[in-house]
Design a protein around this ligand. Structure first.
Ligand SMILES: [Zn+2]
Ligand SMILES: [Zn+2]
Length: 91
């Protein structure tokens, strides 16, 4: 009997490094950077097809997953947090 290694697990094997079926994780040795015109202003990586992002009125882009917090995104989008005053005043 031949001494061949039996593949473990599911039949549809992903990448041997990152485990993805389609494409590769960033940082995977098999990963080849696709071209993109859009770069995340936070992590400086490209924003590729299928990735979620926001853009602000200055034309900056950020990955959804890179948003460090709600305060950041409020400022970045140019919104202002206000404190309610006189909410009972109807005049
Ligand atoms: Zn991979
Ligand atoms: Zn990013």
């Amino acid at each position: 009997m031949k001494n061949y290694k039996k593949k473990k697990g599911i039949f549809k094997m992903g990448c041997e490094y990152c485990g993805r079926i389609n494409g590769h994780e960033t940082g995977c040795p098999n990963f080849v950077s696709p071209k993109t015109n859009f770069n995340c202003c936070y992590c400086k990586e490209g924003i590729y097809d299928g990735e979620e992002f926001l853009c602000n009125c200055e034309g900056q882009y950020i990955h959804r997953d890179c948003i460090p917090g709600i305060d950041f995104v409020i400022n970045w989008l140019g919104y202002e947090v206000k404190e309610m005053e006189n909410s009972n005043c109807f005049d």
